[in-house]
Design a protein around this ligand. Structure first.
Ligand code: SAM
Length: 246
């Protein structure tokens, strides 16, 4: 356990609802506000995920908090899980997993999930969250909490207990078809290192798809004398648009 942080244990409750049965007409209530259709409860599809996390964090320990982008990614993953078989039986890797919430959901349907991050405190908390949810995870699913430091050498070191330990694990990593990451774009040197790692991961093994959720943060910059989203601009420099332009 990590000693110098105070943990808040949060419960995230997910319920499934059937989109096809939503009324299409929009109606208004007595005050003229939209009367929105409410989700119907399907108790058999309901499950709780328990996450141990911090409410605030310092930069070196940002992974002890659950960030908004992680919740957005959870919604997306849940939608896919309940409306398709796209994630069934796959190998998935979460980068900069932090508390590992998205991975916990993926582990309900995937064959193998790698929760990867950097630093002992983050990885220990992540492992603790996997343990907290062990009853939720199918016994046939393999869940690995592993160090994958974007700034470190490649392939991931095997001399440390928390890195990719064996050749067979590394082979399994190559079989990953899904990469997910949330709120990993906030410092340009980390963005460079992340894309370097993504390039390496994606050039090994089978074809992979990355789903990345991020917050476009605006700050006042002395250099620009303006409110700018420099972190987002750095990210965009790595992404090609449909016409092939960066
Ligand atoms: C803002 S947190 C996001 C955590 C989680 N994905 C979420 O959204 O709740 C950024 C994550 O990137 C991880 N990270 C930072 N530097 C890293 C590095 N060099 N290699 C791997 N992960 C790193 C942090 O430890 C942290 O977990």
């Amino acid at each position: 356990m990590v000693s110098d942080v105070e943990y808040i244990e949060g419960k995230y409750e997910y319920q499934v609802f059937d989109d096809s049965k939503r009324p299409q007409d929009v109606s208004l209530d007595d005050d003229g506000d939209l009367a929105l259709p409410r989700r119907k409860k399907h108790p058999k599809d309901k499950f709780d995920v328990a996450i141990q996390h911090n409410i605030t964090s310092s930069i070196p320990k940002v992974g002890l908090q659950v960030w908004r982008a992680e919740l957005v990614l959870c919604d997306f993953v849940l939608h896919k899980m309940y409306t398709s078989s796209e994630f069934d039986g796959i190998v998935a890797v979460e980068l900069g997993a932090g508390t590992g919430l998205v991975s916990m959901l993926l582990a309900r349907v995937a064959k193998t999930v790698f929760l990867t991050d950097h630093g002992v405190d983050i990885l220990e908390n992540c492992a603790c969250n996997v343990h907290l949810n062990s009853a939720l995870l199918p016994s046939k699913t393999s869940v690995y909490v592993r160090e994958l430091d974007w700034k470190a050498s490649w392939p991931p070191k095997q001399d440390n207990g928390a890195s990719c330990e064996s050749q067979s694990e590394f082979k399994e990593l190559e079989r990953a078809s899904l990469l997910v990451a949330a709120d990993v774009i906030y410092s340009d040197d980390l963005t460079d290192a992340l894309f370097h790692t993504l390039e390496r991961l994606m050039s090994h093994g089978i074809k992979k798809v990355l789903y990345l959720a991020l917050e476009k943060r605006y700050n006042f910059s002395i250099d620009d004398l303006d409110v700018v989203a420099n972190g987002y601009s750095c990210f965009r420099s790595y992404v090609r648009d449909a016409k092939g332009k960066h």
